[in-house]
Design a protein around this ligand. Structure first.
Ligand SMILES: *Cc1c(COP(=O)(O)O)cnc(C)c1O
Length: 494
């Protein structure tokens, strides 16, 4: 399978090259030239497999360059018992007769980012071998909270790599910050940025496209790569859990093979829901893809009107991983929905860069609306959904609550009774403050002590690694203006 740039179809690379580079030189995102199909017979076979076997099988369809035994080994390491807290890496939990919750936070950092970031470093290492690259890969990450920690956890100690994470100074939760600044490993670094997530992400993109920076680093023996969801090696492992969830649902006998299922995904950078769309493109019987946003509702408006307009106030919410006004992976969707019109994608992305706004053609809009529904959830609704779900015995985090609420709204609005899965992207213990307040409890003063407090009140066990944050000493305290990010990279890669 070859990969092409969304901004220039003639630019083609192997999977190993695409994963090594992260972002294409022209600013485009690598996308497979076609989608391998997944037959009913294959789904039938996958039903009987464990998660690591499913992952190796599905990823193998996109990665012919990699040996099957190698992918099996990667999957076993990524999703095995040393990393995940149960035998099912991505368990389905039944909510009512027609609704399930796909829990993606049973990995080492308690956020769904682990699903991809336990795999990406292994894919990258193998890609460096396959391409004969001798320089050290420096992974630059802009994080809205969860990616940074999950990426450091995945890359710590991985040979021929270094990783530097930028996070918005006031845009992540205290637990998220503590997780990052206490990360161990000689090849990791963390720095706060005075600005929001988009500032951090734009800074990273700027550094990536800076020729002189590239030359300087090359002389020092480094090249830049990305662990953000712009990297194909991030998206591909995420395709797996949608197919896996479908298999698990089949195994409960709640659906028959071929019957469609709707997915509702709490969305920020559009990576997670894009992976669901790709599973659908492979032939998985997915009905509607429901895109759930918090009050940063730029995607809701886009799906409803066809106008993407980032010129609007930015809100800091209790679901910070979705506080995003520029969803990078939308570019991959536009490329696919336009039938591969790279010049059109380039035009939209230019307009977005210059005016912060673009309007898609009526044809693309129609195709998009056939597949996607967009909805958003206010802060009050997020809190009341957490409270309501808790009364029914489910402790969920604010991101998950946004998805649960938007799924309910979708069903009320459309009357669609298709079985549905909403995606749970973080452990409630990453956001104790908001969850405790939502269920009517006053959080104690110290953010780490809230973990024990919440476990005491709810009787739900806290993830072991989060509980272990108590008493840990920060290793990093760097802060930079957004204009100073280049300098931080140069210091880190001395
Ligand atoms: C990253 C993240 C999201 C958003 O996922 P995207 O792939 O960026 O759309 C949602 N919830 C949580 C908890 C996250 O960490």
């Amino acid at each position: 399978m070859e990969y092409l740039s969304t901004r220039d179809k003639t630019l083609r690379r192997s999977a190993a090259q695409a994963i090594t580079m992260g972002l294409s030189r022209d600013g485009g995102l690598f996308t497979p030239v076609s989608f391998p199909s997944l037959s009913a017979l294959e789904v039938e076979t996958l039903r009987g497999m464990s998660y690591p076997h499913r992952a190796a099988y599905i990823m193998g369809k996109f990665l012919e360059q990699f040996r099957p035994e190698e992918l099996e080994e990667f999957a076993r390491r990524a999703y095995g018992p040393e990393k995940f807290d149960g035998p099912a890496a991505a368990p389905l939990r039944q909510i009512d007769h027609n609704t399930w919750c796909l829990e993606l936070w049973h990995g080492p950092t308690s956020a769904f980012k682990d699903m991809a970031l336990q795999m990406l470093p292994q894919l990258l290492s193998a890609s460096l071998r396959l391409t004969g690259e001798k320089k050290t890969a420096c992974i630059l990450v802009a994080t809205s909270g969860d990616t940074g920690k999950a990426a450091m956890e995945g890359f710590a100690g991985v040979e021929q790599t270094k990783i530097l994470v930028f996070y918005p100074e006031n845009g992540v939760s205290e637990i998220q910050k503590l997780q990052m600044v206490t990360q161990e490993g000689d090849n990791v670094g963390v720095c706060a940025v005075k600005g929001n997530f988009d500032d951090a992400q734009n800074g990273v993109k700027r550094i990536f496209s800076d020729e002189s920076m590239r030359e300087t680093l090359a002389q020092r023996g480094f090249f830049l790569s990305s662990a953000n969801s712009i990297n194909w090696g991030r998206i591909l492992p995420q395709v797996v859990y949608y197919i896996s969830a479908y298999c698990d649902l089949l195994n409960t006998k709640a659906i028959k093979l071929g019957q469609p299922v709707n997915f509702c995904v709490p969305t920020g950078n559009f990576g997670n829901i894009l992976a669901c769309y790709y599973a659908k493109r492979m032939g998985l019987p997915v009905g509607k893809l429901i895109c759930a946003s918090n009050c940063n509702d730029v995607l809701t408006d886009f799906i409803r009107t066809g106008v993407y307009d980032r010129n609007r106030p930015f809100h800091t919410t209790m679901s910070p991983s979705m506080d995003i006004l520029i969803s990078s992976n939308l570019e991959r969707l536009l490329f696919d929905m336009s039938g591969g019109k790279d010049e059109l994608v380039r035009e939209y992305m230019d307009q977005l860069a210059q005016a912060g706004r673009y309007e898609i053609s009526p044809g693309i809009k129609k195709r998009m609306q056939e597949v996607f529904y967009g909805g958003f959830c206010s802060e009050e609704e997020t809190a009341s959904t957490i409270a309501m779900m808790y009364r029914y015995g489910h402790l969920i985090d604010p991101h998950t609550a946004v998805a649960a609420k938007v799924l309910t709204d979708y069903r009320h609005e459309t009357g669609d009774k298709t079985p549905a899965i909403f995606v749970s992207t973080a452990s409630p213990y990453k956001f104790c403050d908001s969850v405790l307040s939502s269920i009517g409890e006053a959080p104690v003063e110290n953010s780490v002590d809230r973990i024990g407090q919440m476990a005491g009140i709810t009787g739900v066990a806290a993830p072991v690694r989060l509980a272990a944050l108590k008493g840990k000493v920060p290793r990093f305290g760097d802060v930079t203006e957004k204009e100073g990010m280049e300098e931080k990279v140069l210091q880190f890669l001395k």
